[in-house]
Design a protein around this ligand. Structure first.
Ligand code: ADP
Ligand code: ADP
Length: 225
């Protein structure tokens, strides 16, 4: 079963007297252990697609299934549970909690999901170690470099072992060297855990190193070479 399945996904926004149709029946499937780049010009609908895939927004038509579960059949509460159990998010800006240490930031989603504190701590330490941040666990975000902050955000996004990671320009705010470290951290996780990742990026060099590339043309997903 695909980790993410989009079928006939349509989304329109009101514009003037009519509609602007951003997605017009987008189709695509993402499998375990795959990193897929989402590469398209600004305004093409990348964020809209990620929001719909992440169950943050409902499409006007079409369906989204996560790990075989059709989210269009679920009420908002069940969608929230599915999102919490199966999907992690990374954004261009890290959105870490400034008063919390790196370790506490990574533990938070697990505590919210009801894991006990000892287990949450052990898993968070493992992840930070894995991402090369073992020496940074007690640092607050303001005491970390941009690349370190973003790697902590990645650790937090996968703390609950999601099946799907959605990332919107995760290296967009970073210099090339730092972007490289953050990208490597993401790919290491995909390779090691079987996570499926959909990563919107303007960086064609990074896109070329992912397993597949999607673009958006006239509201449809197209697979690039
Ligand atoms: P991208 O991420 O590729 O830059 P977006 O998905 O953010 O594209 O936006 C696609 C288009 O949809 C843009 O023209 C944007 O102005 C429009 N749009 C996005 N969200 C809304 C909204 N909530 N209401 C109206 N228009 C929107
Ligand atoms: P990376 O390439 O992983 O982003 P850097 O080489 O930029 O890491 O930074 C290495 C170390 O320098 C960091 O661990 C951090 O302690 C320190 N450092 C970098 N930027 C800052 C900053 N803005 N504030 C405080 N410490 C910083």
């Amino acid at each position: 079963l695909p980790v993410l399945s989009l079928s006939g996904v349509t989304r329109r926004y009101p514009e003037g007297d009519g509609f602007l149709e951003i997605l017009r029946g987008a189709q695509g499937q993402l499998w375990r252990g795959q990193a897929v780049a989402l590469v398209a010009p600004s305004g093409a609908g990348k964020s809209t697609l990620l929001h719909i895939a992440g169950l943050l927004e409902r499409p006007d038509a079409g369906a989204v299934a996560i790990d075989g579960e059709d989210a269009s059949q679920l009420d908002d509460r069940a969608r929230t549970t599915l999102r919490r159990d199966k999907i992690g998010f990374v954004y261009q800006f890290h959105h870490l909690l400034p008063e919390f240490t790196a370790l506490e930031n990574v533990m938070t989603p697990q505590l919210i999901a009801g894991l006990d504190k000892r287990e949450a701590r052990a898993r968070a330490l493992d992840l930070l170690d894995y991402l090369g941040l073992a020496a940074r666990e007690d640092h607050r975000p303001s005491e970390l470099s941009g690349g370190e902050q973003q790697r902590v955000a990645i650790a937090r996004a996968v703390a609950n072992a999601p099946a799907l990671l959605l990332a919107d320009e995760p290296t967009g705010n970073l210099d090339p060297t730092t972007a490289e470290k953050v990208f490597s951290a993401l790919m290491t996780l995909v390779r090691a855990t079987g996570l499926a990742a959909l990563i919107a990026t303007h960086n064609l060099e990074l896109a070329a190193r992912m397993d597949r590339r999607w673009s958006l043309r006239n509201g449809l997903l197209v697979e690039l070479e």
